[in-house]
Design a protein around this ligand. Structure first.
Ligand code: GDP
Length: 387
Protein backbone atom coordinates (compact mmCIF):
# COMPACT_ATOMS: atom_id res chain seq x y z
CA UNK A 1 0.00 0.00 0.00
CA UNK A 2 2.90 2.34 0.79
CA UNK A 3 4.85 1.13 -2.26
CA UNK A 4 2.37 2.55 -4.68
CA UNK A 5 4.18 1.14 -7.71
CA UNK A 6 2.66 -2.16 -6.55
CA UNK A 7 -0.94 -0.95 -6.54
CA UNK A 8 -3.37 -1.26 -9.47
CA UNK A 9 -6.90 0.15 -9.52
CA UNK A 10 -9.10 -1.71 -12.00
CA UNK A 11 -12.69 -2.57 -12.89
CA UNK A 12 -14.40 -5.15 -15.05
CA UNK A 13 -16.81 -3.82 -17.65
CA UNK A 14 -19.01 -5.72 -20.07
CA UNK A 15 -22.29 -6.09 -21.88
CA UNK A 16 -24.80 -7.83 -19.62
CA UNK A 17 -24.32 -11.64 -19.45
CA UNK A 18 -20.88 -11.63 -21.06
CA UNK A 19 -19.37 -12.89 -17.80
CA UNK A 20 -18.35 -9.96 -15.61
CA UNK A 21 -19.65 -11.50 -12.38
CA UNK A 22 -18.21 -14.94 -13.10
CA UNK A 23 -14.84 -13.34 -13.86
CA UNK A 24 -14.89 -11.27 -10.64
CA UNK A 25 -15.79 -14.33 -8.59
CA UNK A 26 -13.00 -16.37 -10.11
CA UNK A 27 -10.51 -13.64 -9.22
CA UNK A 28 -11.88 -13.44 -5.69
CA UNK A 29 -11.68 -17.19 -5.26
CA UNK A 30 -8.08 -17.27 -6.41
CA UNK A 31 -7.18 -14.65 -3.82
CA UNK A 32 -8.48 -17.01 -1.15
CA UNK A 33 -11.39 -14.82 -0.22
CA UNK A 34 -14.17 -17.19 -1.14
CA UNK A 35 -13.67 -20.89 -1.74
CA UNK A 36 -12.99 -21.89 -5.35
CA UNK A 37 -15.88 -24.35 -5.24
CA UNK A 38 -18.33 -21.61 -4.50
CA UNK A 39 -16.96 -19.17 -7.07
CA UNK A 40 -18.99 -18.95 -10.22
CA UNK A 41 -22.04 -20.27 -8.38
CA UNK A 42 -22.13 -17.91 -5.42
CA UNK A 43 -21.77 -14.71 -7.48
CA UNK A 44 -20.21 -12.94 -4.50
CA UNK A 45 -20.50 -9.45 -5.92
CA UNK A 46 -24.21 -9.88 -6.61
CA UNK A 47 -25.07 -9.87 -2.93
CA UNK A 48 -28.13 -7.68 -2.90
CA UNK A 49 -31.45 -9.45 -3.19
CA UNK A 50 -32.72 -6.75 -5.51
CA UNK A 51 -29.91 -7.66 -7.89
CA UNK A 52 -30.61 -11.34 -7.62
CA UNK A 53 -34.24 -10.70 -8.48
CA UNK A 54 -33.30 -8.65 -11.48
CA UNK A 55 -30.39 -10.89 -12.34
CA UNK A 56 -28.03 -7.99 -12.94
CA UNK A 57 -25.36 -6.31 -10.87
CA UNK A 58 -26.60 -2.89 -9.86
CA UNK A 59 -24.38 -1.84 -6.99
CA UNK A 60 -20.68 -1.17 -6.99
CA UNK A 61 -18.48 -2.79 -4.36
CA UNK A 62 -14.73 -2.86 -3.81
CA UNK A 63 -12.48 -5.82 -3.15
CA UNK A 64 -8.71 -5.79 -2.89
CA UNK A 65 -6.86 -8.78 -4.30
CA UNK A 66 -3.34 -9.83 -3.46
CA UNK A 67 -1.37 -11.28 -6.37
CA UNK A 68 2.26 -12.26 -6.84
CA UNK A 69 4.12 -11.95 -10.11
CA UNK A 70 7.85 -12.67 -10.51
CA UNK A 71 8.07 -13.06 -6.71
CA UNK A 72 6.72 -9.58 -6.08
CA UNK A 73 3.41 -8.93 -4.32
CA UNK A 74 0.80 -6.53 -5.70
CA UNK A 75 -2.48 -5.13 -4.40
CA UNK A 76 -5.15 -5.02 -7.05
CA UNK A 77 -8.24 -3.04 -6.14
CA UNK A 78 -11.19 -4.36 -8.08
CA UNK A 79 -14.17 -2.05 -8.20
CA UNK A 80 -17.30 -3.82 -9.37
CA UNK A 81 -19.15 -1.76 -11.96
CA UNK A 82 -22.72 -2.31 -13.12
CA UNK A 83 -23.10 -3.31 -16.74
CA UNK A 84 -26.67 -2.28 -17.26
CA UNK A 85 -27.18 0.68 -19.54
CA UNK A 86 -29.79 2.35 -17.28
CA UNK A 87 -27.10 2.79 -14.71
CA UNK A 88 -24.45 4.20 -17.00
CA UNK A 89 -24.03 7.13 -14.61
CA UNK A 90 -22.72 4.72 -12.06
CA UNK A 91 -20.30 3.15 -14.47
CA UNK A 92 -18.73 6.54 -15.06
CA UNK A 93 -18.48 7.24 -11.36
CA UNK A 94 -16.69 3.97 -10.75
CA UNK A 95 -14.41 4.47 -13.74
CA UNK A 96 -13.22 7.76 -12.31
CA UNK A 97 -11.22 5.97 -9.62
CA UNK A 98 -9.80 3.28 -11.95
CA UNK A 99 -6.68 3.32 -14.05
CA UNK A 100 -7.48 0.19 -16.06
CA UNK A 101 -10.50 -1.80 -17.18
CA UNK A 102 -10.91 -5.44 -18.15
CA UNK A 103 -13.42 -5.38 -21.02
CA UNK A 104 -15.16 -8.77 -21.11
CA UNK A 105 -16.62 -9.85 -24.47
CA UNK A 106 -18.51 -13.09 -25.11
CA UNK A 107 -16.70 -14.91 -27.95
CA UNK A 108 -19.97 -15.91 -29.61
CA UNK A 109 -21.94 -12.68 -29.23
CA UNK A 110 -18.99 -10.41 -29.91
CA UNK A 111 -19.12 -6.66 -29.33
CA UNK A 112 -22.61 -5.51 -28.29
CA UNK A 113 -24.19 -2.09 -27.59
CA UNK A 114 -23.20 -1.97 -23.92
CA UNK A 115 -19.70 -3.12 -24.76
CA UNK A 116 -19.47 0.01 -26.86
CA UNK A 117 -21.00 2.23 -24.14
CA UNK A 118 -18.70 1.07 -21.37
CA UNK A 119 -15.58 0.97 -23.56
CA UNK A 120 -16.33 4.50 -24.72
CA UNK A 121 -16.76 5.70 -21.13
CA UNK A 122 -13.53 4.01 -20.14
CA UNK A 123 -11.63 5.77 -22.91
CA UNK A 124 -13.27 9.10 -22.14
CA UNK A 125 -12.02 8.82 -18.56
CA UNK A 126 -8.54 7.83 -19.79
CA UNK A 127 -8.90 4.40 -18.20
CA UNK A 128 -6.77 1.93 -20.16
CA UNK A 129 -8.73 -1.07 -21.48
CA UNK A 130 -7.45 -4.61 -21.74
CA UNK A 131 -9.59 -7.17 -23.55
CA UNK A 132 -10.81 -10.50 -22.17
CA UNK A 133 -12.52 -12.65 -24.80
CA UNK A 134 -14.58 -14.97 -22.61
CA UNK A 135 -16.66 -18.10 -23.29
CA UNK A 136 -14.23 -19.58 -25.84
CA UNK A 137 -15.87 -22.94 -25.01
CA UNK A 138 -19.02 -21.78 -26.80
CA UNK A 139 -17.12 -21.50 -30.09
CA UNK A 140 -16.40 -25.22 -29.93
CA UNK A 141 -19.47 -26.57 -28.15
CA UNK A 142 -22.17 -24.35 -29.66
CA UNK A 143 -20.86 -22.91 -32.93
CA UNK A 144 -18.99 -26.18 -33.60
CA UNK A 145 -16.03 -24.29 -35.01
CA UNK A 146 -13.04 -26.39 -36.01
CA UNK A 147 -9.49 -25.87 -34.76
CA UNK A 148 -8.66 -23.51 -37.60
CA UNK A 149 -11.91 -21.56 -37.52
CA UNK A 150 -11.48 -20.13 -34.02
CA UNK A 151 -8.66 -17.71 -34.74
CA UNK A 152 -10.45 -15.84 -37.60
CA UNK A 153 -13.54 -15.40 -35.40
CA UNK A 154 -11.41 -14.04 -32.51
CA UNK A 155 -9.48 -11.79 -34.88
CA UNK A 156 -12.71 -10.16 -36.03
CA UNK A 157 -13.79 -9.45 -32.42
CA UNK A 158 -10.41 -7.87 -31.67
CA UNK A 159 -10.66 -5.75 -34.83
CA UNK A 160 -14.09 -4.51 -33.76
CA UNK A 161 -12.81 -3.54 -30.32
CA UNK A 162 -9.86 -1.75 -31.90
CA UNK A 163 -12.18 0.15 -34.24
CA UNK A 164 -13.92 1.51 -31.19
CA UNK A 165 -10.66 2.34 -29.46
CA UNK A 166 -9.63 4.22 -32.54
CA UNK A 167 -12.99 6.07 -32.68
CA UNK A 168 -13.24 7.02 -29.02
CA UNK A 169 -9.70 7.32 -27.64
CA UNK A 170 -8.00 10.68 -27.66
CA UNK A 171 -5.29 10.94 -30.36
CA UNK A 172 -2.35 10.27 -28.03
CA UNK A 173 -3.88 7.00 -26.77
CA UNK A 174 -5.29 5.53 -29.99
CA UNK A 175 -2.21 3.57 -30.89
CA UNK A 176 -0.81 3.06 -27.44
CA UNK A 177 -4.03 1.51 -26.19
CA UNK A 178 -4.92 -0.56 -29.25
CA UNK A 179 -5.21 -4.13 -27.98
CA UNK A 180 -2.81 -6.60 -29.54
CA UNK A 181 -2.75 -10.36 -28.89
CA UNK A 182 0.95 -10.57 -29.81
CA UNK A 183 1.84 -8.00 -27.15
CA UNK A 184 -0.31 -9.68 -24.52
CA UNK A 185 -3.08 -7.11 -24.07
CA UNK A 186 -5.76 -9.64 -25.04
CA UNK A 187 -6.65 -12.59 -22.78
CA UNK A 188 -8.62 -15.52 -24.20
CA UNK A 189 -10.39 -17.96 -21.93
CA UNK A 190 -13.40 -19.25 -20.10
CA UNK A 191 -14.28 -17.69 -16.74
CA UNK A 192 -16.64 -20.58 -16.08
CA UNK A 193 -14.03 -23.26 -16.74
CA UNK A 194 -11.29 -21.12 -15.13
CA UNK A 195 -8.61 -21.21 -17.80
CA UNK A 196 -7.18 -18.31 -19.77
CA UNK A 197 -4.06 -17.04 -21.48
CA UNK A 198 -2.59 -14.22 -23.49
CA UNK A 199 -0.51 -15.34 -26.48
CA UNK A 200 2.89 -14.64 -24.83
CA UNK A 201 1.76 -16.59 -21.73
CA UNK A 202 0.45 -19.47 -23.86
CA UNK A 203 3.78 -19.73 -25.57
CA UNK A 204 5.63 -19.88 -22.25
CA UNK A 205 3.29 -22.52 -20.88
CA UNK A 206 3.25 -24.61 -24.05
CA UNK A 207 -0.50 -24.33 -24.70
CA UNK A 208 -2.45 -22.99 -27.69
CA UNK A 209 -5.88 -23.03 -29.34
CA UNK A 210 -5.35 -26.65 -30.38
CA UNK A 211 -4.90 -27.55 -26.69
CA UNK A 212 -8.18 -25.75 -25.99
CA UNK A 213 -10.00 -27.51 -28.83
CA UNK A 214 -8.70 -30.91 -27.73
CA UNK A 215 -9.71 -30.21 -24.11
CA UNK A 216 -13.33 -29.51 -25.07
CA UNK A 217 -13.65 -32.37 -27.54
CA UNK A 218 -12.03 -34.98 -25.25
CA UNK A 219 -14.30 -37.71 -23.87
CA UNK A 220 -13.75 -36.60 -20.26
CA UNK A 221 -12.90 -33.43 -18.37
CA UNK A 222 -9.32 -34.28 -17.48
CA UNK A 223 -7.72 -32.24 -20.29
CA UNK A 224 -9.85 -29.24 -19.42
CA UNK A 225 -8.86 -29.50 -15.76
CA UNK A 226 -5.24 -29.73 -16.78
CA UNK A 227 -5.59 -26.59 -18.91
CA UNK A 228 -7.13 -24.73 -15.95
CA UNK A 229 -4.29 -25.80 -13.70
CA UNK A 230 -1.49 -25.03 -16.21
CA UNK A 231 -3.03 -21.75 -17.33
CA UNK A 232 -5.52 -20.45 -14.74
CA UNK A 233 -7.65 -17.45 -15.69
CA UNK A 234 -6.80 -15.47 -12.53
CA UNK A 235 -3.07 -15.59 -13.28
CA UNK A 236 -3.68 -14.62 -16.89
CA UNK A 237 -5.85 -11.62 -16.02
CA UNK A 238 -3.93 -10.37 -12.98
CA UNK A 239 -0.50 -10.74 -14.64
CA UNK A 240 -1.85 -8.81 -17.63
CA UNK A 241 -3.22 -6.09 -15.34
CA UNK A 242 0.12 -5.75 -13.52
CA UNK A 243 2.01 -5.52 -16.80
CA UNK A 244 -0.24 -3.16 -18.72
CA UNK A 245 -2.32 -1.10 -16.29
CA UNK A 246 -0.26 1.80 -14.97
CA UNK A 247 0.32 2.20 -11.26
CA UNK A 248 -1.47 5.19 -9.65
CA UNK A 249 1.62 7.40 -9.72
CA UNK A 250 2.02 6.98 -13.49
CA UNK A 251 -1.72 7.14 -14.16
CA UNK A 252 -2.50 10.30 -12.20
CA UNK A 253 -0.10 12.31 -14.35
CA UNK A 254 -2.40 12.03 -17.36
CA UNK A 255 -5.72 11.31 -15.67
CA UNK A 256 -5.85 14.37 -13.41
CA UNK A 257 -6.04 16.86 -16.30
CA UNK A 258 -9.31 15.03 -17.26
CA UNK A 259 -10.82 15.26 -13.78
CA UNK A 260 -9.57 18.66 -12.68
CA UNK A 261 -10.97 21.61 -14.58
CA UNK A 262 -8.91 24.32 -12.92
CA UNK A 263 -5.37 25.61 -13.20
CA UNK A 264 -2.83 22.74 -13.28
CA UNK A 265 -0.26 24.92 -11.49
CA UNK A 266 -2.49 25.15 -8.46
CA UNK A 267 -1.11 23.42 -5.32
CA UNK A 268 -3.94 20.90 -5.10
CA UNK A 269 -3.69 20.01 -8.82
CA UNK A 270 0.06 19.56 -8.61
CA UNK A 271 -0.28 17.29 -5.59
CA UNK A 272 -2.80 15.12 -7.48
CA UNK A 273 -0.65 15.02 -10.62
CA UNK A 274 2.19 13.65 -8.49
CA UNK A 275 -0.03 11.47 -6.25
CA UNK A 276 1.79 13.32 -3.46
CA UNK A 277 1.15 11.75 -0.04
CA UNK A 278 2.31 14.99 1.60
CA UNK A 279 -0.02 17.23 -0.39
CA UNK A 280 -3.53 18.40 0.50
CA UNK A 281 -6.09 15.60 0.86
CA UNK A 282 -8.39 14.81 -2.08
CA UNK A 283 -10.68 11.79 -1.73
CA UNK A 284 -13.15 10.93 -4.51
CA UNK A 285 -16.05 8.90 -3.14
CA UNK A 286 -17.62 6.34 -5.48
CA UNK A 287 -19.79 4.43 -3.12
CA UNK A 288 -21.80 4.89 0.10
CA UNK A 289 -23.14 1.83 1.90
CA UNK A 290 -24.65 1.10 5.28
CA UNK A 291 -22.65 -1.48 7.17
CA UNK A 292 -24.94 -2.80 9.94
CA UNK A 293 -22.01 -2.87 12.39
CA UNK A 294 -20.26 0.35 11.47
CA UNK A 295 -22.82 2.72 9.94
CA UNK A 296 -22.41 4.59 6.69
CA UNK A 297 -19.18 3.67 4.91
CA UNK A 298 -17.77 5.85 2.13
CA UNK A 299 -15.49 4.12 -0.38
CA UNK A 300 -13.24 6.18 -2.56
CA UNK A 301 -9.82 6.84 -3.97
CA UNK A 302 -7.25 9.07 -2.34
CA UNK A 303 -5.87 11.19 -5.21
CA UNK A 304 -3.54 13.26 -3.07
CA UNK A 305 -2.47 13.66 0.52
CA UNK A 306 -2.86 10.99 3.18
CA UNK A 307 -6.20 9.99 4.64
CA UNK A 308 -6.24 9.75 8.46
CA UNK A 309 -8.96 9.33 11.04
CA UNK A 310 -10.08 12.26 13.17
CA UNK A 311 -9.40 14.90 10.54
CA UNK A 312 -11.72 17.60 9.27
CA UNK A 313 -12.53 17.46 5.53
CA UNK A 314 -14.59 19.69 3.26
CA UNK A 315 -17.30 17.98 1.20
CA UNK A 316 -17.38 19.78 -2.13
CA UNK A 317 -20.92 18.79 -3.24
CA UNK A 318 -22.55 18.90 0.21
CA UNK A 319 -20.78 22.24 0.89
CA UNK A 320 -20.18 21.18 4.43
CA UNK A 321 -17.32 20.02 6.62
CA UNK A 322 -17.18 16.71 8.51
CA UNK A 323 -14.67 14.72 10.49
CA UNK A 324 -13.35 11.33 9.35
CA UNK A 325 -13.86 8.80 12.14
CA UNK A 326 -12.26 5.55 11.07
CA UNK A 327 -10.26 4.86 7.95
CA UNK A 328 -9.71 1.41 6.54
CA UNK A 329 -8.29 -0.54 3.64
CA UNK A 330 -10.07 -3.35 1.88
CA UNK A 331 -8.62 -6.81 2.43
CA UNK A 332 -10.57 -9.03 0.15
CA UNK A 333 -14.09 -7.75 0.61
CA UNK A 334 -13.77 -6.83 4.28
CA UNK A 335 -12.32 -3.65 5.75
CA UNK A 336 -9.28 -3.56 8.03
CA UNK A 337 -8.47 -0.48 10.09
CA UNK A 338 -5.49 1.51 8.90
CA UNK A 339 -3.68 4.41 10.49
CA UNK A 340 -3.11 6.32 7.32
CA UNK A 341 -3.77 5.74 3.66
CA UNK A 342 -1.54 7.52 1.14
CA UNK A 343 -2.56 8.83 -2.31
CA UNK A 344 -3.21 6.22 -5.00
CA UNK A 345 -5.10 3.78 -2.78
CA UNK A 346 -8.79 2.88 -2.37
CA UNK A 347 -10.06 3.44 1.17
CA UNK A 348 -13.15 2.98 3.30
CA UNK A 349 -14.08 5.86 5.64
CA UNK A 350 -16.58 6.28 8.45
CA UNK A 351 -17.95 9.62 9.59
CA UNK A 352 -18.76 11.24 6.26
CA UNK A 353 -22.54 10.83 6.58
CA UNK A 354 -23.34 13.91 4.55
CA UNK A 355 -21.52 12.54 1.51
CA UNK A 356 -23.26 10.80 -1.36
CA UNK A 357 -21.70 8.75 -4.16
CA UNK A 358 -19.84 11.12 -6.45
CA UNK A 359 -18.76 13.40 -3.57
CA UNK A 360 -15.24 14.78 -3.30
CA UNK A 361 -13.74 15.30 0.17
CA UNK A 362 -10.82 17.74 0.34
CA UNK A 363 -8.51 19.45 2.79
CA UNK A 364 -10.69 22.30 4.20
CA UNK A 365 -7.94 24.85 3.58
CA UNK A 366 -8.70 24.48 -0.13
CA UNK A 367 -12.46 24.85 -0.07
CA UNK A 368 -12.32 27.93 -2.28
CA UNK A 369 -11.09 25.77 -5.21
CA UNK A 370 -14.13 23.52 -5.12
CA UNK A 371 -15.47 24.79 -8.46
CA UNK A 372 -12.45 23.23 -10.17
CA UNK A 373 -13.67 19.67 -9.73
CA UNK A 374 -15.69 18.41 -12.64
CA UNK A 375 -19.00 17.41 -11.11
CA UNK A 376 -20.61 14.19 -12.23
CA UNK A 377 -24.37 13.83 -12.25
CA UNK A 378 -25.87 10.49 -11.41
CA UNK A 379 -29.13 8.70 -11.46
CA UNK A 380 -30.55 9.25 -7.96
CA UNK A 381 -30.16 6.20 -5.81
CA UNK A 382 -31.15 5.08 -2.34
CA UNK A 383 -28.49 4.18 0.20
CA UNK A 384 -28.63 0.40 0.56
CA UNK A 385 -27.81 -1.85 3.46
CA UNK A 386 -25.18 -4.55 3.23
CA UNK A 387 -26.93 -7.84 4.03
P1 GDP B 1 -22.57 -10.63 -16.19
O1 GDP B 1 -24.00 -10.25 -16.45
O2 GDP B 1 -21.65 -10.01 -17.20
O3 GDP B 1 -22.12 -10.41 -14.77
O4 GDP B 1 -22.48 -12.21 -16.52
P2 GDP B 1 -22.37 -13.46 -15.56
O5 GDP B 1 -21.02 -13.60 -15.00
O6 GDP B 1 -23.52 -13.46 -14.62
O7 GDP B 1 -22.53 -14.63 -16.65
C1 GDP B 1 -23.68 -14.75 -17.46
C2 GDP B 1 -23.87 -16.21 -17.82
O8 GDP B 1 -22.77 -16.66 -18.61
C3 GDP B 1 -23.92 -17.14 -16.60
O9 GDP B 1 -24.89 -18.12 -16.84
C4 GDP B 1 -22.52 -17.75 -16.56
O10 GDP B 1 -22.49 -19.03 -15.99
C5 GDP B 1 -22.19 -17.82 -18.05
N1 GDP B 1 -20.74 -17.83 -18.30
C6 GDP B 1 -19.77 -17.08 -17.71
N2 GDP B 1 -18.56 -17.42 -18.19
C7 GDP B 1 -18.76 -18.40 -19.11
C8 GDP B 1 -17.89 -19.17 -19.95
O11 GDP B 1 -16.67 -19.04 -19.95
N3 GDP B 1 -18.50 -20.08 -20.78
C9 GDP B 1 -19.85 -20.27 -20.81
N4 GDP B 1 -20.34 -21.16 -21.66
N5 GDP B 1 -20.68 -19.57 -20.01
C10 GDP B 1 -20.16 -18.65 -19.18
Amino acid sequence: MKDRTRVRNIGIIAHVDHGKTTTSDTLLAASGIISPKVAGEALALDYLSVEQQRGITVKAANVSLYHEMDNKGYVINLIDTPGHVDFSGRVTRSLRVLDGSIVVVDAVEGVMTQTETVLRQSLEERVRPILFVNKIDRLIKELKLGKDEMVPKLTSIIAEVNNMISSYAEPEYKEKWTVDPAKGTVVFGSAKDKWGFSLPMAQKKGVNFKTVYDAYTAPDKSKLQELASVSPIHDALLDTVIQFVPNPIEAQKYRIPKIWKGDLDNEIAKAMLNADPNGPLVLMITDMKVDPHAGLVATGRVFSGTLRSGEEVWLVNAKSSQKTLQVSLYMGSTRELAEEIPAGNIAGVLGLDKARSGETAIDPRFKDVQGSFETLHYVSEPVVTIA
